[in-house]
Ligand binder design. Structure first.
Ligand code: PMP
Length: 401
């Protein structure tokens, strides 16, 4: 008889050449337990999803209550579903006044797709400016924006009129013109190993967008929901987008994304054509109930306020001659090593020491640290001591070769 691991490899479509193959049994807080009862400290939270940790009791409770009321009833935008409306109300209450119209999607990629369509429809233009080493999703529109030719190339033809610029290169922004429908970027670039742009770059970008009547879109799929130390990173940076994308942690562990804009901009999806963007499951009541409970807990339990102190503690404890740099924005952090091979050895050692970590898509020599925001200072000390042990082990191996 085949083991579940073999069945996984046979039956579940594979895209990775090296899947992690953890066999989870149970997860709670910052820990994932496997079938053998081994407890792993989760330092990546399902890639910036579990901001409140796994199975936060208030989120689990809200899901159970919603299960007893109703699940899917109707496609998006027809019925007045309380969890959706309440989540929109709470979210918009914590956003600038012009971000007052929320379109719920199932995922980050769908939020990107919706935002691209919205910008085209509202401006009547189709050129889109985006950035190298950015990731906005894997569907064809979002893939057209992907900032790496290696990942795009096999899937051409992609969308026309896409211009890729170097991130944080203020001089390249002259390319934005009256033809530009929108500029889309991550205000902190995650998959390039947590790159924080200069404020002058973001300010100039916003100016160019205003001058040329292009919409500014911030993708905060990874940086949103408190991870940066503010609810959204743009609130920390002080530059506000015309359209905000959020996903990942938004659903408290269930699939949920959103593109958020003004009533005025968003209303262009109601005519020519009517039903300008459709989804069956977007804003699903279960996901919204979980998202609402997660946002309430995030705000009420004060996790966002603790982010900066925890970020500093990581920095203090991660000093080692092999660590070239620690880049961070709140609890989204990247540890730079000399090479991809060394980083992957360190990651392997971390796993052996029961700590879950990973690398970045466009920065394979950087180790990912994006723990649940609820991680305690003691757990940070344990995590950092494991990482240092793993670095020591990898260093010894290199010396013995
Ligand atoms: N935008 C960013 C910045 C992301 O990091 C991701 C996912 N890693 C996405 C969009 C796509 O989200 P999803 O996987 O939910 O489609």
């Amino acid at each position: 008889m085949l083991t579940e691991r073999q069945l996984f490899l046979n039956l579940i479509a594979q895209t990775s050449t090296a899947p992690m193959l953890l066999e989870p049994e149970y997860a709670e807080g910052v820990y994932v337990y496997d079938k053998k009862g081994i407890r792993y400290l989760d330092l990546i939270a399902g890639i910036s999803v579990g901001n409140l940790g796994h199975r936060h009791p208030k989120v689990v409770d809200a899901i159970k209550k919603q299960v007893d009321k109703y699940l899917h009833l109707m496609v998006y935008g027809e019925y007045v579903q309380s969890p959706q409306v309440q989540l929109a109300q709470l979210l918009s209450h914590h956003l600038p006044p012009h971000l007052n119209s929320i379109y719920f999607t199932n995922s980050g990629a769908e939020a990107t797709e919706g935002a691209m369509k919205l910008a085209k429809r509202y401006t009547g233009k189709f050129e889109i400016v985006c950035f190298n080493k950015s990731y906005h999703g894997s569907t064809q529109g979002a893939l057209s924006l992907m900032g790496d030719e290696y990942f795009r190339n096999s899937f051409r033809p992609l969308l026309p009129g896409i211009i890729h610029l170097d991130y944080n290169d203020i001089h390249s922004l002259d390319v934005i013109s009256d033809k530009t429908a929108c500029v889309i970027l991550e205000p902190i670039q995650a998959e390039s190993g947590v790159v924080v742009p200069d404020l002058s770059f973001l300010i100039q970008l916003q100016r160019q967008c205003e001058t040329h009547k292009a919409l500014l879109i911030f993708d905060e799929a990874q940086t949103g929901m408190g991870r940066s130390g503010e609810l959204f990173a743009f609130q920390k940076l002080g530059v506000t987008p015309d359209i905000l994308l959020t996903a990942k942690a938004l659903g408290g562990g269930l699939p949920l994304g959103a593109f958020i804009s003004s009533n005025e901009i968003m209303s262009s999806l109601t005519h020519e054509p009517v039903l300008g963007h459709l989804t069956t499951f977007g804003g699903n009541p279960l996901s919204c109930a979980a998202g609402l409970a997660a946002l309430q807990a995030l705000l009420e339990e004060g996790w966002i306020k603790q982010v900066e102190k925890k970020e500093k503690l990581f920095h203090k404890l991660l000093k080692h001659p092999r660590v070239k740099m620690v880049r961070s924005c709140g609890l989204l952090m990247a540890l730079e090593f000399e090479s991809e091979a060394f980083n992957k050895r360190v990651i392997e050692e971390c796993w052996k020491l029961e700590l879950i970590t990973d690398w970045f898509l466009f920065a394979p020599n950087y180790l990912r640290i994006a723990p649940p925001l609820i991680i305690t200072e003691d757990e940070i000390e344990i995590a950092c001591s494991i990482i240092i042990q793993a670095i020591e082990k990898a260093t010894l191996e290199i010396k013995s070769i």
